[in-house]
Structure formats: structure tokens, C-alpha cells
Ligand binder design. Structure first.
Ligand code: GUN
Length: 280
């Protein structure tokens, strides 16, 4: 039976480290402030945004909340971002995705000052990651690196397979694992013989968005399995992209859903917010 990598516990440790750092900054008269923008009222986005605001309150970070109407124009949104870019009292700017269809996400992300890009989505942040320069890193992949390191999983020299090539998870994850000297393969929906590719992995990171797709037949004995998926199953219970019951018998360590990768994303957002003050 695999060791469970406890994301809830590790995320709490990181949040408490952030809390200490925020308190030390406050003593020097420097307060951290995150601006959170949501356009429209997608229920899932509202849950995420509320969790981010709650985490800010826990850590002692000020948060500004902008709940804009669905019909907000791209120009109005970019105008708000420009104002927040200028404000000295705002350290981080986060625009919750997805945005309504009439708004070009890339144009909006590009409008954020890279020094305040706590989501790490700006092309400058992504480019900096690619060439090993300092900058914000997308929170979910950064959180997975913390999970592995704080669980004493050896990354250097290991074969890592990532399933998924999104801008938010798969691509930055590959760059981060490469930075840790893993041998990295990115697989995706068009990969031939996905099972055989996955079976070679010492560390398998699954971000494919298909409930319980990865069963034990995809996993090498003793591999470390990280499940980025989050879905509701037929009984309305949360599950990941990995079939936990069978894979946990094959793997040496595994993240559960819930309580694995999920809580790490917000913890790393908080870390980016506290660290942002040093960039500014
Ligand atoms: N939508 C889903 N995940 C994220 C995230 O990490 N950041 C933002 N801004 N929107 C999201």
C-alpha cells in the first residue's frame, strides 16, 4: 500500500510559514495586498475566489474583491487592471479564469504587470521559468514540486511523465521538473501507446481531466503518482484522474483527491503574494 502524500497537511505548513512572513513584514510597516477579480458568476469560480479570500484572511494578507458583471467589456477589465498595476498598495493581481467568451484571456493576462502576476500566467513569467530566471510560477505545478520535496521524493535523474499539456499545469510542470533534473516526457490525448509511456515513469503526474482514467495498468510498481484531477463521481463524491483504489496498491506514494494537490494551489498563491512584496 502506497504512502499517502498529505497535501492538506503540507499546505497548512506552507500557509503558516506565509503567516509568519506576513506578520514580520507588517512589523516593518509593509502590508501585503491581493486584488481578486471575477467576471460573471460561474459557481465553481465563486467557490475558488471565496477560498482565496479566506486564505488571505487566515494569513493576514489584505484582499480587494472585484465582482464584475458578466457583460463587462474587455476594455473595462483592462482599464481596472491598469489602475491596479499603478497602485502602490496592491502587490498581487489575480483574474479568475475562465473569462466570459467575449473577452480574450491572453490580452487580459498580458495587461497584468509581471511584478504583480501572482498566478504566473503572464508570458514574461512563463518565459522566465523557461530560461531559469526569477519570476512567478503557476501555483499548481509549484505546489506539486513542494509536495514532492517535502515528502522526500527524489526527483534528480528520475523519469517523470506528465499527462497534460495545458499552459497552467502541464507545460510549467515539465519546466519545473526539468529544473529539478528529472528526465521529462509530456504525454497528452494524442500520445500513441499512453499506457507504455506511463509505465516507464518513476514519477507520474496526471492532469488529463478524465475521471479515474489512470488505473494500475498504467503504473510501474513503486512509482510516485500525483493526481491533479478533480471531478464529482456518480455519487457526487470528489475523485481525481487516477483510480485511487487500484493505483495505491501499485505505487510507493500517491496524492489523494481531495486533500492532495488541491490545497497546495492556494498555499502557493499565498506564497507568491507574500514573496511579491520583495519584487516591488
Ligand atoms: N481557474 C482555474 N484555476 C485557476 C488559477 O489557478 N488561477 C486563476 N486565476 N484562475 C483559475
Amino acid at each position: 500500500m502506497a504512502r499517502i502524500i498529505d497535501g492538506k497537511m503540507i499546505s497548512t505548513i506552507i500557509k503558516d510559514e506565509c503567516k509568519e512572513k506576513a506578520a514580520a513584514l507588517k512589523k516593518q510597516g509593509r502590508e501585503v495586498c491581493l486584488a481578486v477579480i471575477q467576471v460573471g458568476s460561474d459557481p465553481a469560480s465563486s467557490v475558488y475566489v471565496n477560498n482565496k479570500k479566506k486564505a488571505c484572511a487566515y494569513i493576514g494578507i489584505n484582499s480587494l474583491s472585484y465582482e464584475l458583471e458578466e457583460k463587462t467589456t474587455q476594455e473595462e477589465l483592462i482599464e481596472l487592471i491598469a489602475k491596479l498595476n499603478e497602485r502602490k498598495d496592491v502587490n498581487g493581481i489575480l483574474v479568475q479564469l475562465p473569462l466570459p467568451k467575449h473577452i480574450d484571456e491572453n490580452a487580459v493576462i498580458k495587461a497584468i504587470d509581471p511584478k504583480k502576476d501572482v498566478d504566473g500566467f503572464h508570458p514574461q513569467s512563463v518565459g522566465a521559468l523557461c530560461i531559469g530566471q526569477p519570476g512567478f510560477v503557476s501555483c499548481t505545478p509549484a505546489g506539486i514540486i513542494e509536495l514532492l520535496k517535502r515528502s522526500d521524493v527524489d526527483i534528480c535523474g528520475k523519469r517523470c511523465v506528465i499527462i497534460g499539456r495545458s499552459n497552467i499545469v502541464g507545460k510549467p510542470m515539465a519546466l519545473l521538473m526539468l529544473r529539478e533534473n528529472a528526465t521529462v516526457t509530456i504525454a497528452h490525448s494524442k500520445t500513441d501507446d499512453l499506457r507504455e509511456v506511463c509505465k516507464r515513469a518513476d514519477i507520474l503526474i496526471v492532469a488529463m481531466g478524465k475521471p479515474k482514467f489512470i488505473d494500475a495498468s498504467y503504473v510501474k510498481e513503486g512509482a510516485v503518482v500525483i493526481d491533479v484531477g478533480i471531478h464529482r463521481n456518480e455519487n457526487n463524491k470528489l475523485c481525481g484522474d487516477v483510480e485511487f483504489e487500484s493505483v495505491s496498491k501499485q505505487a510507493s506514494a500517491i496524492t489523494p483527491v481531495p486533500g492532495g494537490v488541491g490545497p497546495m494551489t492556494i498555499a502557493m498563491l499565498m506564497k507568491n503574494c507574500v514573496d511579491s512584496i520583495e519584487l516591488q
